[in-house]
Ligand binder design. Sequence first.
Ligand code: SUG
Length: 416
Amino acid sequence: MSLVEINFDGIIGPSHNYAGLSLGNIASANNAGDTSFPRAAALQGLSKMRHNLALGLVQGFLLPLPRPNGAFLSAIGANGSEDRRLLAAAWSASAMWTANAATVSPAPDTADGRCHLTAANLVTMPHRSQEWPDTVKQLRLAFANPEHFAVHDAVPACFGDEGAANHMRMSASHGDPGIEIFVYGKSGGPFPARQHEQASRAVARLHGIDPARTLFVEQNPEAIAAGAFHNDVVAVANERVLFTHELAFADPEGTYGAIRDLLPEAEIVIVPAAAVSLADAIKSYLFNAQLLTLPSGEMGLVIPLEAWEHPKVRAWLDGMLASNGPIRRVMPVDVRQSMANGGGPACLRLRVVADPATIDQRFLLDEKKIARIEAVVTEHWPASIGADQIGDPALAMRIIAARQALLATLDFAEFG
Ligand code: SUG
């Protein structure tokens, strides 16, 4: 069996809009009420998938969830006329950010030798709290093979869990046993700390990972206050490399030391605040990057264009590339529509280390399938959604039909 890293990107749904729903997410707040461009958004996401596929990597996807979600409104006795924010929540396409779909512990890390996935309850934000029951249905289909996978329901709602965005795995190579690092926040700052320590500990227990190879690390409250609502806004890991802002963790030296104790080959690339301030890191989303091991064995960083175009970030990246560090390539991609809601390249993907042959093949992409999805998006996704159109019954019908067209093209009758 050959274990590889597979990135499952969320296909950006036809209801993508800017409603300013995420307190503590600066991009979401800044762009609240703007007109969104769902078709362009989905095509940008697909073009990132094509980019990574062309690098020789295995690429999968998760489907958009059914929206508008009438059941969400009914459950709170609403019909959408009471409060625009509740209406917008029912219309949210936020499942596109699959880094929040689940936490994943690959087979080499777990006691039963299976890859474990726990859906994230996302309870801190109402518009995200409705995702997991539909997400877990997809995970149970994609990872249905019980010899290789165990898919868990979300942990109870009293413990906020935001999934892989607050979880890092480091290992000599993807197929080797790894160490798992859970990053949680403590409440008390100006913005919610979405990841609770007890949720992280519950997920680690459910997955049966070795406590001696697991770290629970507090996120720096200053980072959350500056807008790092998930740890993946300020740090990303891949195999032996951790790429992090110096202010990501409450106890940076303790964290680096604990990582080095467990994984002596770890290489920690630290960006100092003097070179890139926390504010610039969050504005540019430098760390919300995909740190990928390329088929050549080199590591490359897929960053948002916003980071490439940021003078201070660019200067730091140029210096990094000129040095002899472990990250040898930087590849900017345009995901501006997602970025405007606080979702960079890393938010848009869920990493699963597995043998692709053990996964439901419908969730895996090749060039032809990408072209078919692009055709459906081009034909059916709305070109734009203005703030005043959220709730429009004709637009709702169009959004439902667009998703149905996608499901039909990809043979997912069970979600119709
Ligand atoms: O949860 N934005 C998402 C962005 C998630 C990014 N994911 C990671 N960092 N992994 C969030 O805040 C904005 C929705 C709105 O405002 O309409 C939103 O949900």
